[in-house]
Design a protein around this ligand. Structure first.
Ligand SMILES: [Cu+2]
Length: 498
């Protein structure tokens, strides 16, 4: 029996006035390829196993004030909390989410990682209409796979405000024993206390950066605590320095305290909802056992440190020791740290500057994992091999796939039931978390043992091949999950053709 046990930060006050909001919508539809007909989408939905249950939820995107450790930020959130309230269903349930947009601008909701029907995927101009201010939309889909997922807008860089929440799909037959569950959502924060995401994006576009993204960006002017472009030494892993980093909507000076009993098994579901920050995560004094990534099971793997890119999820199992232990999240390449606390007994709370030894160990990344046998793709040779060449630079601020920004993109194509291979080649000095909608690919080759994932962190100058089965017709985004890179062009589509 699992016990959801997540406390959340309350929201202080009601709505606030709307300022001037820039509509940075992802645009450009390509009508040259023949889209999959609605009948294909309906046919796939009918072929899914349905539990017979319909689970209904209400969801509102709205303006609110949140208390971030004593700093009050006016921002955009889902419902009454940051992160938004978890949506929890069982595998094969039909989910109906009545969404209302109380924001001052149009928005959208994307169900990240869920291989649901294409017309519910929530990408304006590709799968769904944008939802205007004051309007609503009923999302209605069957959840095909269990796992740790989340949702966020797919409109401009709205993701870098407070619009995110977990979406957990339970498998009633899962063979995993634990006493408690702790959902841990990581974020980088500026909205309402530093510059807002639109201002930051505009500054990046205007070239307020002093060196190329193809090399070391240590020469960039840091904007310190105000939220702005970062000056980074060492690993080049983001374009923005944030004034705060959050775990479950709370900064280090007001951490969430998760209470448990010594000796209990706790399942951690870690979600990186940040726009521009890769995190390294450790639980002081504990070994962590990875059981899933991006919802799909892997063979148990023990580690002291996890590296998690934007959009990725990892499920970890720990056996709680006796005392008080920081769960630390360190932004990679940015000199800061944040944390929550696990409390199972008495003990003093370490200083905020405490940096557990686990942070110095070798971090786990997805390439080190082995998919559980039951989720490996059958051995096959690919019907289509397609390249995804990642490139970009800081001045002008442009990030590309196959030499093109999204406005000029030539979508990749595939036919239903084909086996596809994507060859991802990163020609930049930054890691990029590449996310494919509507599918869970396998790292390496089909028939191999690589983890099943929907978001993979491709190292700087690195290469990763992934294989997938084309079993979900429609037009699907494939893009970098750095919100600024995506908005600056690092997106394309995988489109089913007849
Ligand atoms: Cu990127």
């Amino acid at each position: 029996m699992t016990m959801p046990h997540v406390s959340r930060r309350g929201v202080l006050a009601g709505t606030i006035g709307a300022g001037a909001i820039l509509g940075l919508s992802s645009c450009s539809t390509n009508s040259k390829s023949r889209p999959s007909a609605l009948s294909d989408i309906e046919a796939r939905e009918s072929a899914l196993t349905w539990s017979g249950k319909i689970k209904k939820f209400d969801l509102t995107a709205r303006l609110a004030e949140v208390d971030l450790g004593g700093r009050i930020a006016k921002t955009w959130i889902y419902g009454d909390s940051l992160p938004g309230k978890v949506i929890r269903v069982n595998k094969s349930d039909r989910v109906r989410v009545a969404f209302s947009n109380d924001l001052p601008t149009a928005t959208s909701v994307h169900w990240h990682g869920l291989a649901i029907r294409n017309d519910m995927d929530g990408v304006p101009g590709v799968t769904s209409p944008e939802i205007p201010s004051g309007a609503g939309f009923i999302f209605d889909f069957i959840t095909p796979d269990a796992g740790t997922y989340w949702f966020h807008p797919h409109s401009g860089i709205q993701l870098d405000r407070g619009l995110y929440a977990p979406f957990i799909v339970e498998d009633p037959n899962e063979n995993l024993k634990y006493e408690r569950e702790w959902i841990v959502v990581l974020d980088d924060w500026t909205d309402g206390i530093g510059k807002n995401p639109d201002q930051i994006f505009n500054e990046l576009k205007q070239g307020n950066a002093t060196s190329s993204g193809m090399g070391d960006m240590g020469g960039m002017s840091g904007m310190g605590d105000m939220g702005g472009m970062s000056g980074m030494g060492g690993m080049d892993s983001g374009d923005v320095t944030y004034p705060l980093y959050l775990v479950n909507g709370r900064p280090i000076n007001d951490p969430e305290v998760f209470s448990a009993k010594s000796g209990e098994q706790i399942r951690l579901r870690i979600i990186n909802s940040a726009a521009d920050t890769i995190f390294q995560v450790a639980l002081a004094g504990h070994m962590m056992t990875v059981t899933h990534t991006d919802g799909f099971p892997v063979e148990a793997y023990q580690t002291q440190l996890l590296r998690i890119g934007m959009g990725e999820r990892y499920d970890l199992m720990i056996t709680a020791k006796d005392g008080v232990f920081p769960l630390v999240a360190e932004p990679v390449g940015k000199s800061d740290i944040t944390r929550a606390l696990l409390r199972t007994g008495s003990g003093s709370i370490p200083e905020e500057s405490y940096r557990p030894a686990e942070l110095n160990s070798h971090p786990l990344t997805a390439e080190m994992l082995t998919a559980s046998e039951e989720v490996r793709l059958a051995k096959s040779s690919p019907d289509r091999i397609q390249n995804l060449a990642l490139s970009g630079r800081m001045q002008p601020y442009e990030w590309k796939i196959n030499g093109r920004t999204y406005a000029q993109t030539k979508p990749l194509s595939i036919k239903s039931n084909e086996k596809g291979r994507l060859r991802i080649r990163n020609a930049t000095m930054m890691p990029h978390p590449i996310h494919l909608h509507g599918h869970t690919f396998q790292l390496g080759v089909a028939g191999g043992s690589g983890a099943r994932k929907d978001t993979v962190l491709v190292p700087s100058m690195g290469r990763i091949d992934v294989d997938l089965v084309a079993d979900n017709p429609g037009k699907w985004m494939i893009h970098c999950h750095n919100a600024y890179h995506a908005e600056a062009g690092m997106m394309t589509r995988l489109e089913y053709i007849m």
